[in-house]
Design a protein around this ligand. Sequence first.
Ligand code: HEM
Length: 461
Amino acid sequence: MYRKATTMSESRALRTAPGALPLLGHSVKLIRDPLGFLESLPAHGGLVEIRLGPVPGYVVCHPALCHQVLVDDQTFDKGGPVIDAVRELVGDGLGTCAHTAHRRQRRLTQPAFHRRRFPGYTAVMADEVDSMTRSWREGERVELFEQLQRLTLRVVTRALFGSTQSPDQVRRISNDMAVAVGSLIWRIVLPRTFRVLPVPANRRYTEALARVHTFIDQMITDYRHGGVDHGDLLSMLLASRDDDGRGLSDAEVHDQVITFFVAGSETVAAALSWTIHLLGRHPEIEHQAAAEAQAVLSGHTASWEDLPRLPIIQRIVTETLRLYPPVWIMTRVVTADTELGGCAISAGSIIVISPYVLHRNSDIFAEPHRFDPGRWLGQGTNLRPNTGYVPFGGGARKCIGEAFSLTETVLVLASILNRWNLRPVPGIRVRLRPAPTLVPRSLAMLPISRNDRKRTEGGGW
Ligand code: HEM
């Protein structure tokens, strides 16, 4: 159960976070231990000022302010140093464009996420998880996060872009994406001059990104030459026309494709990895989830119709996204002088919302550090941002892939649990890597087959 948060008048007035250094402000703290630093801020109030070098930033620690920022996407727009660095990677697609371009882009891409498309998407998801789990061997160590990165990338490429790449191509492109996305955090915090120095880290980033761009260009060219309308996102992008008959340029299509590649693969891989990690540490909950998966999937592959019959697994995923939200930080730039929580905020300031911080605030969630899927019993999970549960953001910029990712996470998880019990490799400590998605480092598991285990039915919270 989540708690009703205090009203803003109950929260304290604006304060600056302690420990700012001259010129650098809080940048060093943010580089060294971003999660620890941000998690310390709610103790100072509902809105806390930090210094990002010379630029003032405001960290939103209260759900009501989070709601205000997320729903007013004109005053609190995409922009500022973080979004600039992300634009270097993905261009000006749906996730990074300013609000002036956003409505049109959202209108063009939204139909790909209509309900009627989901049975086809789930067939792809089921097929991919089937191949992955068939490759596992009893007791043979699995580097889970890396495998799930490849799985989710293949799902996006096949489901949204109608493309079937060989496992080898996917492995290469998945590695390149990991290098490009993993470099992002440094490119955000280091000054622009460092980003162009000819040092190995910059070279690796530039080369990996160039290969990702070539891969996407080739995919679009092949698709155009194929001339077939697959009814997927890429077909929609290529066929779309404005009221004045204008279509998207090749560069615009490219930016959308890379946006969905980045936004739609590592996030889901992280959500799945964290869920399996938590189940490995809570065998009694794992047991209930496995019993549900076996009861629902007995004798067939997971499908769209199975989804509502997996409530225990759905609650487990909801709770995992609370404790380990893959998108742990969102930023906005203030476009006009405004007021937030009774404080004057000037144009150009940066607003920071961290789902990780909100989700671990004891004013919002009772025993926030406890993994307790039972807290979601009887609750819908499509909550408004003023509840403080924001793994998918909110307002006009809310994640377009929310239903897609929840479907994928629940069905992939059920399919894995149906066949395998994944136990943590003893002696390995899993660490949090906020770079820029919140991913696990060193998540190694040992698959133990369930075939010889007695089937247990139902139960649960
Ligand atoms: C568990 C998985 C996922 C999580 C936690 C997640 C989270 C988020 C969040 C928090 C935002 C809002 C960012 C902001 O306001 O600054 C967002 C936006 C977005 N997400 Fe996701 N996402 C996930 C999966 C996906 C998938 C599977 C896709 C596509 C297939 C996707 C595509 C996008 C796009 C395109 C946007 C930008 C939307 C817009 O600005 O209109 N995401 N996501």
